[in-house]
Write a protein of this length. Sequence first.
Length: 77
Amino acid sequence: MLNLTEMRWLDETGDMKIAFNPDNKDEVEAAETQFDDLVEKGYTAYAAEKDGSQGKKMKKFDPKAGRIILVPKLKGG
């Protein structure tokens, strides 16, 4: 059974998602590039728990996190 890591975020086009194999170097590099780009834009990353409990804030990319949620910076108005 293939154990994929899922990464999700919201952007101006909607709900985005990629899934990658944490054992595949090329897929991990592509996901890490996307992660770094989003963090640079102000997104905050969380490693989400599969059981629904509160996840932990991520300071750096972890391809084995299981599920990564990136939240855009909130804008006041």
